[in-house]
Write a protein that binds this ligand. Structure first.
Ligand SMILES: *[C@@H]1O[C@H](CO)[C@@H](O)[C@H](O)[C@H]1NC(C)=O
Ligand SMILES: *[C@@H]1O[C@H](CO)[C@@H](O)[C@H](O)[C@H]1NC(C)=O
Ligand SMILES: *[C@@H]1O[C@H](CO)[C@@H](O)[C@H](O)[C@H]1NC(C)=O
Ligand SMILES: *[C@@H]1O[C@H](CO)[C@@H](O)[C@H](O)[C@H]1NC(C)=O
Ligand SMILES: *[C@@H]1O[C@H](CO)[C@@H](O)[C@H](O)[C@H]1NC(C)=O
Ligand SMILES: *[C@@H]1O[C@H](CO)[C@@H](O)[C@H](O)[C@H]1NC(C)=O
Ligand SMILES: *[C@@H]1O[C@H](CO)[C@@H](O)[C@H](O)[C@H]1NC(C)=O
Ligand SMILES: *[C@@H]1O[C@H](CO)[C@@H](O)[C@H](O)[C@H]1NC(C)=O
Ligand SMILES: *[C@@H]1O[C@H](CO)[C@@H](O)[C@H](O)[C@H]1NC(C)=O
Ligand SMILES: *[C@@H]1O[C@H](CO)[C@@H](O)[C@H](O)[C@H]1NC(C)=O
Ligand SMILES: *[C@@H]1O[C@H](CO)[C@@H](O)[C@H](O)[C@H]1NC(C)=O
Ligand SMILES: *[C@@H]1O[C@H](CO)[C@@H](O)[C@H](O)[C@H]1NC(C)=O
Length: 835
């Protein structure tokens, strides 16, 4: 199946070329990531849609609902998240069809989810998934096709002529009160109208990676056959004599099966099932359904969904000439996945009254800030503006920006207050549409200044220590707020970057005193740097590198964490939010050692200069210490740009893709994390990778001969063009020279005006690394400190290199002198003179 798909893409590529019609949807395969822990939602949805229809399986990795891993279908439901870890999300109120109940006896149909799974076997090759539609045929012959509008799913069930007992079809469709995680609480309720078969109901559920709970409602209508009878079921027994039910959570820790069913007198025609959800009421769900899909026209609804996706995805056009279809599939499927989550729940938020948009499923910002939201800033800035307004409104209403949010609840914070980075990124890129930036500023300042009582789920912990010591200590003394007292290193690094991001907004809004204050605290990462710290392998062999971050106690003395702990090679340590977790979250000190996105120049100097920095990055990647399947690795792929070796970033990007990203169901490394992996692929393949929170995109050769990006704001077309493009993509990936709008361009980065002003970047490629393009100090991306230790052509001298070496003694001194330089450089794209 997979080989033929690849072939199919090649044919499509050739066909697209021939007809000079380019349809990006031809290359989207929503099933990428549907097995092997990708956890993507592969079903039908609109961009940012609330309705997400899919078949749900009983896989132990069914976070996204459907999986292609041999698991069985347990139902068809209309709400999902995509790519998440944590518990499975949503999947509420699944439907399940039977062709008939043997001998016409409803009690011979199988109602509970666990037991009906046996009727949910299917062949992989029956699954069809395209943007906006999804279909599957069960082994019992029932075909299910589905499509959606914004709040409503439309399912079309087609039945075999005869049931399993050889009798004519008399379909029964049930709908129960479960969700994927079996988190339903007490008093779920359902009612069926015996006349029309309309089923309505509601229940309380738990969010999948957060605290609290939420109530969801539904409204389901049928068309295509006359209602024979209807009723409810409780546990494994059903009756047509009762038409409503309120069911307790459980007697044995598992929610009691309960729901309603409708039986039809014929299966000759497909039965259409329209089901809408609402967080407000069942009435509102019915209103959505009636307004959005008044006449159950499956073809019309699916055409409209397809067209919505085509519009969204047409922003980026690449030249398919010579390129393997699998790379096109990787690219456009990655783009597609960036618009499944966050979800637009505007008008569906029962928590507060507001005229602002409300977006949910920021799951989680720790994952999304790095490339997914920056990617949407390029292709869909209007949506990002609504998301930013929603984040700021969430701050207004709840007191805090979220770090993670799903199903109307607070999710768990993984590190810093990374919504600060999201706001700064959008602010610097000129996203303004209806955004009150003074309120946005107040929100990020609150993160930096006020410690919440529960910093498990918002803001930051340890602010007293942060301010007095300049770092988060191991086992901090913190009586003001409470959260898991781990991750002191990664929290320190993230808080420092958060403060830098705040300083950027402060600068733009003219709050200069604040700007300087937050720039100052953005240096706090230096306080955990131990120049003499070495790193040994488990067998005692020295990695040969010295200078690592280390945990530090309240009394200023050093603690110890093996710099390789929590790396990809450590399968023993607890590295997530466990109480026994380490001082770095989901990655090693080795990798976090590079997480100083705002001051790579100072970091470079501390690590021994550009050559030492480069060989350390090489070691990180070559020894598998990093893992591209988790987000902290993203920027490390491109950080060679800061040591003047952009060619090595290109080499890494072209090695990770396609080696770790294949356009197959099992082709994603790690969870897609809401589209984070998809955005990594998209940015890396288009040759411009963001340093998020800064107005910076690092240039590498795109995987295509040309990439055209139309700015939805200005309508102008930005273009990256490879000269000497080698479609084999692993030769000729080195930029020899470049022009920007026809003028020689040696900087290895551009800013966001590249997109909004429709600039043209022409890259001349060659087989060898260039010693001149993007390598001189003046070519490097902005950084707070001074770049030192670079060779000629550079403004650097041995004396300044020495200044840095000396400064390791008084780390706080560093960076200060160069602030002016940093801001001078911003917006300085046309100045070729460098620093
Ligand atoms: C297809 O089905 C088999 C067995 O049911 C399963 O193990 C496999 O992973 C499935 N998916 C793919 C993409 O082959
Ligand atoms: C899923 O359902 C099938 C069919 O009943 C069963 O064999 C399998 O064990 C179930 N899987 C899980 C993880 O429960
Ligand atoms: C469920 O309903 C019963 C009866 O109305 C009530 O006593 C109980 O508090 C409810 N449980 C919850 C969790 O609301
Ligand atoms: C539930 O059923 C009872 C008895 O069958 C009936 O009196 C009541 O009106 C029903 N309630 C709803 C909401 O349908
Ligand atoms: C990109 O735009 C240029 C200029 O309009 C055009 O010549 C080229 O064909 C476009 N390339 C693609 C891949 O659409
Ligand atoms: C979000 O939903 C609202 C209400 O339906 C709509 O007005 C808005 O255009 C949607 N935004 C996006 C980005 O889809
Ligand atoms: C120790 O482990 C490292 C990393 O696996 C390996 O490169 C090195 O050769 C090993 N040294 C010895 C003496 O086995
Ligand atoms: C500092 O604190 C650590 C952790 O509590 C303790 O082990 C160490 O002995 C203390 N050192 C001094 C000099 O007080
Ligand atoms: C991680 O660190 C702990 C404590 O230092 C150590 O016991 C463990 O062996 C380390 N993990 C690995 C894989 O070495
Ligand atoms: C790194 O991992 C890849 C993929 O698992 C493997 O092929 C390679 O040999 C590993 N390299 C090292 C140095 O362990
Ligand atoms: C700049 O660096 C190159 C490469 O290291 C070196 O050959 C050259 O002499 C340097 N130029 C200056 C002006 O220092
Ligand atoms: C750098 O500093 C060291 C000691 O601080 C000194 O010995 C050396 O001469 C200095 N080198 C230069 C080039 O200034």
């Amino acid at each position: 199946m997979l080989a033929s798909l690849a072939l199919c893409w090649q044919i499509l590529a050739a066909k697209a070329l021939e007809e000079a019609v380019f349809d990006p949807l031809a290359y989207v395969d929503p099933l990428i990531g549907a097995s092997n822990g990708g956890n993507v939602f592969p079903g039908a949805s609109l961009p940012y849609g609330m309705a997400k229809a899919a078949a749900d399986t009983n896989s132990t990795s069914n976070q996204g609902g459907f999986t292609l891993d041999g698991a069985f279908v347990t139902g068809f439901s209309g709400m999902h998240d995509s790519g998440t870890g944590g518990n499975p999300s949503l999947g509420n109120f699944p439907l399940f069809p039977f062709t008939n109940c043997p001998k016409g006896d409803i009690n011979r149909c199988v109602f509970p989810k666990k037991s009906r799974a046996a009727h949910g076997g299917f062949g992989n090759n029956t699954v069809t998934a395209k943007p906006g539609t999804f279909g599957i045929t069960l082994n019992n012959g029932i075909r299910a096709d589905m499509t959606t509008t914004h709040h409503t799913s439309l399912f079309r069930f087609t039945f075999p002529t005869l049931g399993s007992d050889g009798q004519p079809a008399q379909p029964l469709i049930l709908q129960d009160l479960t969700d994927l995680a079996d988190s339903r609480q007490d008093n779920g309720s359902v009612a069926v109208d015996p006349e029309t078969g309309r089923i309505t109901g509601s229940a309380r559920f738990l969010p999948s990676f957060g605290s609290g709970n939420f109530v969801l409602h539904f409204c389901t209508d049928f068309k295509g056959a006359d209602v024979l009878d209807s009723g409810i079921f409780a546990n494994s027994r059903a009756s047509t004599a009762v038409n409503n039910l309120t069911v307790s959570r459980s007697i044995n820790g598992y929610p009691l099966p309960g729901g309603a069913f409708v039986r039809f007198n014929s299966g000759a025609e497909p039965i259409l099932v329209r089901t809408a959800n609402s967080f407000i009421s069942a009435e509102q769900a019915c209103k959505h359904a009636e307004a959005e899909i008044p006449d159950f026209d499956f073809e019309e609804v699916s055409e409209a969904a397809t067209q919505k996706w085509r519009e969204k995805m047409s922003t980026i056009k690449v030249s398919p000439v010579g390129v393997q279809g699998s790379l096109l599939a990787n690219f456009y499927s990655g783009i597609y996945r960036t618009m499944i989550n966050p979800q637009n729940y505007t008008g569906e938020n029962p928590l507060w009254e507001s005229s602002e948009p409300y977006f949910d499923s920021f799951y989680c910002i720790w994952d999304l800030f790095r490339s997914q939201l920056p990617f949407l800033t390029v292709i869909d800035p209007a949506a990002v503006a609504e998301m930013i307004r929603s984040l700021i409104d969430t701050y207004r209403q709840t007191g805090w920006l979220p770090d993670c949010r799903m199903s109307l609840n607070k999710g768990y914070t993984q590190g810093g207050s990374n919504a600060d980075n999201v706001l700064a990124d959008a602010f610097l890129k000129g996203i303004n549409d209806g955004i009150d930036w003074e309120d946005g500023y107040a929100a990020v300042v609150k993160d930096a200044e006020v410690e919440p009582y529960d910093w498990c789920c918002q803001g930051r912990g340890g602010l007293d220590s942060w301010k007095s010591l300049g770092y988060i200590p191991v086992q901090d003394f913190d009586y003001k707020g409470f959260g898991t007292m781990t991750r002191s290193i990664s929290r320190t690094l993230e808080y420092a970057y958060n403060d830098f991001c705040i300083s950027q907004i402060a600068h733009g809004l003219g709050h200069t005193a604040d700007r300087d204050k937050y720039l100052e605290s953005s240096n706090n990462w230096k306080n955990l740097f131990r120049p003499d710290q070495t790193s040994l392998w488990w067998n005692g062999t020295n990695t040969g590198f010295a200078g690592f971050f280390q945990p530090r106690h309240l009394n200023l003395t050093w603690g110890y964490q093996n710099p390789l702990n929590c790396s990809n090679l450590d399968s023993f340590s607890a590295c997530s939010l466990q109480n026994t977790g380490r001082e770095t979250f989901e990655s090693s000190i080795w990798e976090y050692n590079f997480f100083v996105p705002h001051d790579q120049s100072t970091l470079l100097a501390l690590l021994g200069g550009p050559a030492a920095f480069t060989s350390r990055l090489d070691y990180l990647h070559n020894s598998n210490i990093t893992y591209i399947g988790n987000e902290p690795s993203f920027l490390t792929v491109f950080q060679y740009h800061y040591s003047g070796r952009p060619a090595l970033s290109a080499l890494r990007a072209h090695a990770y893709i396609p080696a770790y990203f294949r356009p197959t169901p099992d082709g994603l490394p790690g969870n897609d994390d809401s589209g984070a992996m998809g955005s990594f692929v998209a940015f890396a393949m288009m040759g411009l990778f963001p340093n998020p929170g800064q107005n910076v995109y690092l240039i590498t050769p795109p995987f295509f001969e040309q990439v055209n990006i139309t700015s939805p704001v200005t309508g102008k077309v930005a273009r990256v063009k490879n000269v000497n493009f080698d479609a084999g993509y692993n030769k000729g990936v080195f930029i020899q020279s470049a022009t920007l709008d026809g003028k020689t361009y040696t900087k290895n980065w551009v800013d966001h005006s590249f997109f909004t002003e429709g600039k043209e970047l022409v890259l001349v490629l060659g087989d060898e690394e260039s010693s001149t393009w993007g390598t001189r100090v003046g070519d490097l991306p902005p950084s707070l400190g001074e770049y030192v230790g670079f060779g000629q052509g550079n403004t650097t001298t041995a004396a300044t290199a020495n200044k840095t070496a000396a400064a390791t003694g008084s780390l706080k001194e560093m960076g200060r002198a160069w602030r002016g330089g940093y801001f001078g450089l911003l917006g300085d794209q046309k100045d070729e003179s460098g620093l």
